[in-house]
Structures are given as C-alpha cells and as structure tokens.
Design a protein around this ligand. Structure first.
Ligand SMILES: [Zn+2]
Length: 109
C-alpha cells in the first residue's frame, strides 16, 4: 500500500485543561462530567453529558476546586458533598507532573 509522503500523524482529539489551559490529547486528561447527581469523574471518557477536562495532577485540580471554574465550565452547582468527593479523588493524584513517580523514575535512569 502506498503511503502519502511525509509523516501523517493520526488525528488525536485535543482537549484543554480548564485549570491551566494546557492542550493535550484527551487520553492525557481526566474527564469530568455533569451527571444527575452532580459533577463526577468519568474514567472512560464516554459518559453522556457536558464534560470538562483536567490534568491528572493536584495542582490543576486545586486551582479549579478553590474557585468556581469547574461549576462555570459545566454550568452547574457543586454541592459540598460533591466537592468532597472530587477532593478525595484529587488526593489520589500526584502533586504535579514533576512529582509523578513514574515520570521521575524515568528521568533517574
Ligand atoms: Zn492543567
């Protein structure tokens, strides 16, 4: 099969982190979705509903959870209970890209 000249990268959907405005392929970001029960994490990225994307790092989560940027992006209200669930999820994430243990071990080698 003849290929067109030059590298022709496959189209990767790009999404913007609502915290830092960094643009990434959507697999590099965590999708949050507006569900009936409130805002929830959508690990599959496939749930129906208005979505917003965030880097999987606490720095970005903290930035949106501190203010109402997430609520603005998803046009909904975040209940205290809902906010606590997102804070709990945030606690499982690395602090920042630099603090990501996997990325750090790659650098050490
Ligand atoms: Zn970000």
């Amino acid at each position: 099969m003849q290929k067109p000249r030059g590298p022709r990268p496959k189209h990767v959907p790009q999404r913007t982190c609502i915290a830092c405005r960094g643009v990434e392929g959507k697999r590099s970001l965590v999708r949050l979705v507006r569900a009936e029960t409130g805002i929830e994490v959508d690990p599959t990225g496939k749930k129906a509903g208005r979505g917003a994307y965030l880097h999987p790092y606490q720095t970005c989560w903290r930035a949106v959870l501190r203010g109402n940027r997430l609520e603005q992006a998803l046009r909904t209200r975040l209940s205290d209970e809902n906010r606590q669930a997102l804070v709990a999820y945030m606690a499982t994430l690395p602090e920042s890209e630099a603090a990501d243990p996997e990325a750090a071990s790659e650098r050490e080698q």
